[in-house]
Design a protein around this ligand. Structure first.
Ligand SMILES: NC(=O)C1=CN([C@@H]2O[C@H](COP(=O)(O)OP(=O)(O)OC[C@H]3O[C@@H](n4cnc5c(N)ncnc54)[C@H](O)[C@@H]3O)[C@@H](O)[C@H]2O)C=CC1
Ligand SMILES: O=C(O)[C@@H]1CCC=N1
Length: 274
């Protein structure tokens, strides 16, 4: 199958993670277009990834089989107002990555009746280990679903949800999730340094431990709780650390942090999609 031409409108962090990951997996960079507001940024993207670039979003839509909307949620309505006429003429598959912007709003702002997929990817897509949730409107064909699946499968795993509301749960788990782990890494590195390790060594040990734990949990036939218990020797060192996390309320803290993340997605939808 020929690779579809992709237009990333708003080639920022998330878009770059997706097309950077696709290019690493062998996607033809000549079939990838990116736009940002600033020409200097586009020059950098061209030099780094070899993609086609333009500051003219309508030019991108005219080339595209798939249009990926990668702007901030606050900029989506204005962008679609600018593009609706061209989108209606060209009728590409539209994939939004924006948090808090509903399919109903995307449909309304783009003039109605277009195939729209609301996705929630994450930045580890850049290194082929992304995790993405997807929801399609009724206009999206089986073939277009396949196209979206193969794009996201090239940069990680994906999961279709059958209710749009579940995209907000995906945001709380995997869309925002990399930041939770990065925060844990920051804290472990800082604590390792305080215990006398060099920054370099604390960083290397922390990152390898995060990678090892994730790989082990993925490959194991027992759950994360059991893997945790297997590290905890009775009367030993890990037990003291885990007890300290529990006494500090870590599981409840994670639940309320993810609850706030989830609630914010709904608040954004109420604020931005009137
Ligand atoms: N950063 C992340 O980890 C994730 C972000 N998202 C979603 O991705 C979207 C973008 O987020 P980031 O990539 O983090 O932001 P970003 O600020 O890095 O990227 C946005 C880009 O859009 C460009 N832009 C803004 N208005 C434009 C316009 N009218 N035409 C062309 N380009 C325009 C900006 O110049 C910028 O390069 C958001 O809607 C966010 O909800 C989703 C999942 C994860
Ligand atoms: O923080 C945000 O709003 C975006 C959506 C998921 C990750 N970053």
């Amino acid at each position: 199958m020929t690779q579809p031409t992709l237009a990333f409108i708003g080639a920022g962090n998330m878009s770059q993670a997706i097309f950077g990951g696709l290019i690493q997996q062998g996607y033809d960079a000549a079939r990838i277009w990116g736009s940002t507001r600033t020409p200097e940024k586009l020059e950098q993207l061209k030099a780094r990834y070899g993609i086609q670039t333009s500051t003219d979003n309508t030019e991108l839509v005219r080339q595209a089989d798939v249009v990926i909307l990668g702007v901030k949620p606050q900029g989506m309505q204005a962008l679609l107002k600018e593009l609706s006429e061209t989108l209606q003429q060209r009728r590409p598959l539209i994939i939004s990555v924006a948090a808090g912007i509903t399919v109903e709003a995307l449909d309304r702002w783009s003039g109605g009746g277009l195939p729209i997929i609301r996705s929630m990817p994450n930045t580890p897509s850049l290194v082929g280990t992304g995790a993405c949730g997807l929801f399609a409107n009724a206009v999206v064909t089986a073939e277009q679903r396949e196209i979206a699946s193969s794009l996201f499968a090239a940069v990680g795993i994906l999961s279709w949800v059958d209710r749009e509301a579940l995209i907000d749960a995906v945001i709380a788990v995997s869309g925002s999730g990399p930041a939770y782990y990065f925060m844990m890494m920051e804290a472990m590195i800082a604590a390792g340094e305080k215990l006398g390790l060099s920054r370099e060594s604390a960083t290397e040990l922390t990152l390898q431990t995060a990678l090892g734990a994730a790989r082990m949990a993925q490959e194991s036939d027992v759950d994360a709780g059991e893997l945790k218990r297997r590290v905890m020797s009775p009367g030993g060192t890990t037990e003291q650390a885990i007890r300290t996390f529990e006494q500090g309320g870590l599981p409840q803290l994670v639940e309320s942090a993810m609850g706030r993340c989830h609630a914010r997605a709904a608040e954004m939808a109420a604020e931005l999609t009137k």
